[in-house]
Every structure is written in C-alpha cells, then in structure tokens.
Design a protein around this ligand. Structure first.
Ligand code: PMP
Length: 386
C-alpha cells in the first residue's frame, strides 16, 4: 500500500468520534433534548447570558433514550443527527398529543389524527403520524406561508386552508377540525389549544432540560404563546423547582390580548393591530395556559420592527437562521435581562428555523408591503436577498 493511502487511512481511523451512537427507536425517539445555545454577542452586550433552546433541531441531535455511551465516560448520551423536517418546538407537543390519544384509547392502528393548526403542530403531527402509521388531516388559516402547506402535503397530510376567522366563529379552523374528526371512525381531534397533554410535553421535557442544562441556575424564562403549552409547561416545572427564584415573562406580538390581560389589573382582553409573526399571539386564555397564568411575573409587548430586526441580527451576529417568533423571544429575553439586572441567565425558545418563512422574511417586496424595510439597519440590508 502506498504511503499516502496509509497516512490517509491512519488519519481517518484515529479520528474517533467523541460519542458512540446507539440506535434511536424510530423518529419519535429523537424529539426533545435540544441544545441550549448561548447567544455570545448578544449576551456580552447585555451582560447576562441569553440562552436559547434550539428547537429547529427537532427531531434529531443529542438523545439519551436508550443510554448510549461517551468514550471514556459512561454518561448516557447517544445520537447526533439533524432531520430538518419537523424542525420546531411543536414536535414535542405533537408527540405528546398522539401518545395521549393512544393512551386514552381514542386512536387505534390505522386511525386518523385531525388538528387545527397554524402550521408547526401540523408538521409535527404529520411526521409523528407517518412514523406511527396514522393518517393526518390539518385545518389551517389561509394566511400561513406556502412553504408550510407544501411541507404538510409532502409529509402525506390532507391540508385544508380555511379563512382566518376568530375562535367564536363556527368556521374557525379549530372548529372545522373538530367537525371533521367527528365524522370519521377511529379519528381524534387532538385539540392542541385545550388538550393539556401539550403543556405536559413541556413540564416533562422542556422545563427539565432547561433546568438541567443550566445546573438549576436559570434566573428567568420568557417566550411568546400560541397555545400557551410551551410557556405554561416550562413555567410550571421551573417554578416547582425554584419558586420565586426564577421569573417567568410572557412575550406578546401585536394583535394578541395576553399582554393586556396580564398587565391590566382589571384583566382586560384588549387587541390591537396584527403581526408578521406566525404561530403566536392569542385571543383568549387556553386550557393549557389558564391553570398556570398566575405563575407569570411580567409581560412584554414586542413590536414587529424589533422582531424582524432580530431575525437579521441573529443571522449576522450568531449565524442562527430562525423565524420571527424566535426572534421576538430573543428581543423579549434581552428586555427581561435588562429588567432583572446584569449577571443573570435568561432562557428562551428558538421555536423554528427561517426556512418556512424565507420567501417572506428575506423579500424586499414583502418587507415593504409590511412597512418593515426601513426597520432593517443598513449593514443588514445585504440579507434582503429575495
Ligand atoms: N412559534 C411558532 C413558530 C409556533 O408555530 C408556535 C405554535 N403555534 C409557537 C411559537 C408557540 O408555541 P405554543 O403553542 O407552545 O405556545
């Protein structure tokens, strides 16, 4: 064998991976256990650690489901891989919603899962259903991006985009999903908004992960709400562990009523405006949020100008490519850090990647249509590429 080939082979065979992977039992075994990423530049600037759960990495990345081994160390860590399909915080809820329906005997082999969703829960459900052999039907408001609709269809879901009308209208996507499920045999409307299996996903996974990843030293958690599952579930766990030593803030986009509800002594539901963010903002207290709304210590209203600017800053300064709800969460985490004082650890959620929104978020025409083109500072204009 010539020396070059031998050297190449030796170089390869001595480059041992730090982790020896074991098998993950099916795709659903790879949901959760996402990294907690410190935003280096933003944290240094604010003087507190801004720590973000990288939910776009669902399902995939580190996973300890069957106790793999690290070299020279028997701590249970296994598998590192990314599948950018589910790719959102809602994969956790989707898995819990399906498991809940199975456990309650509402879903038997060959059955159908029906859901009303702005997109990410649908994508999560669609691939959990594919992995488990169920059919999936999704009703969604027709204001959502084409990328999400395409992806759902690609994953085998039946998709019905319907007019975006309020919850009290019987034609609301959620009620349509309910009626559809009632017409089928062996079908369940998973009801992500009011089924507390959603919140349980975060009590049992997101909360414990953040607590463990910060060695219990997390001082604050903030995020926006759609169903409220992420905020309420994570808050519940962290408050149970730390009581008042951890503060919980809710972040709200324009058009949502929760900021006014939490900040007004009279608990008013006041709505004004609309937002470029997708999947967040709420017009009522869902059953996922209601039991834990008293755990919320403060609320922040985040304008779209700030969220879109942060989409671009995260890309430019941290190399992180996420959607507008993630960016809103980071803006809120920075504001929370300022309110709590320096030297704190503030955790939040990067809900999903920007892939699903790129035809909007990086398009000049779309930014101009929303009067947001001027919100992007000059040095970041180079990312307006579409
Ligand atoms: N961000 C995005 C992009 C979402 O799709 C959702 C869920 N609709 C959320 C945030 C909010 O999560 P939750 O439903 O747990 O409040």
């Amino acid at each position: 064998m010539n020396t070059l080939r031998l050297a190449a082979r030796r170089a390869y065979s001595t480059a041992k991976p730090a982790v020896i992977p074991r098998i993950t039992p099916g795709l659903v075994g790879a949901i959760g256990n996402t990294p907690l990423i410190r935003l280096n530049r933003i944290s240094d600037e604010v003087g507190s650690d801004i720590l973000c759960k990288a939910e776009w990495m669902n399902p995939g990345k580190w996973n300890d489901v069957d106790g793999g081994v690290r070299e020279n160390d028997d701590s249970p860590v296994t598998f590192y891989i990314w599948f950018l399909i589910g790719g959102s915080v809602k994969d956790r809820a989707a898995l819990y919603l399906v498991q809940d329906a199975e456990e309650r005997g509402l879903l038997k082999p060959g059955g159908t899962v029906v859901e009303g969703t702005a997109g990410n829960t649908g994508v999560g459900l669609a691939h959990v259903c594919r992995a488990k052999g169920y059919k999936c039907v999704i009703y969604m408001p027709d204001t959502q991006s084409q990328e999400k609709i395409d992806l759902l269809r690609l994953l085998g879901a039946e998709v019905y985009p319907v007019p975006a009308v309020a919850y009290d209208n019987p034609e609301n996507f959620n009620h349509q999903a309910s009626r559809h499920a009632a017409k089928l045999n062996n079908a369940v409307h998973t009801q992500q908004f009011d089924n507390i299996a959603n919140r349980r996903a975060h009590i049992e996974t997101t909360g414990p992960e953040i607590y463990a990843q910060t060695n219990g030293e997390v001082d604050g958690f903030v995020c926006a709400t759609g169903t409220g599952g992420t905020l309420a579930g994570t808050a519940r766990y962290l408050k149970d562990m730390k009581g008042d030593k951890v503060k919980i803030f809710l972040a709200d986009p324009p058009g949502s009523v929760l900021y006014s509800y939490i900040t007004s002594g009279q608990k008013l539901f006041e709505r004004s405006g609309s937002s470029i963010t997708e999947g967040i903002g709420q017009g009522r207290l869902t059953d996922n949020l209601a039991p834990d709304v008293d755990l919320i210590d403060g609320a922040l209203a985040i304008p779209d100008e700030e969220s879109i600017k942060m989409v671009y800053r995260l890309l430019d300064e941290e190399g992180i490519y996420v959607g507008a709800s993630s960016a809103l969460n980071v803006v809120a985490a920075v504001e929370m850090a300022k309110q709590l004082g320096k030297g704190k650890k503030i955790a939040t959620i990067l809900c999903d990647g920007a892939y699903r929104y790129q035809s909007r978020l990086f398009s000049r025409k779309w930014l101009e249509s929303k009067n947001l083109a001027s919100a992007i500072p000059d040095h970041l204009q180079k990312y307006v590429v579409l």
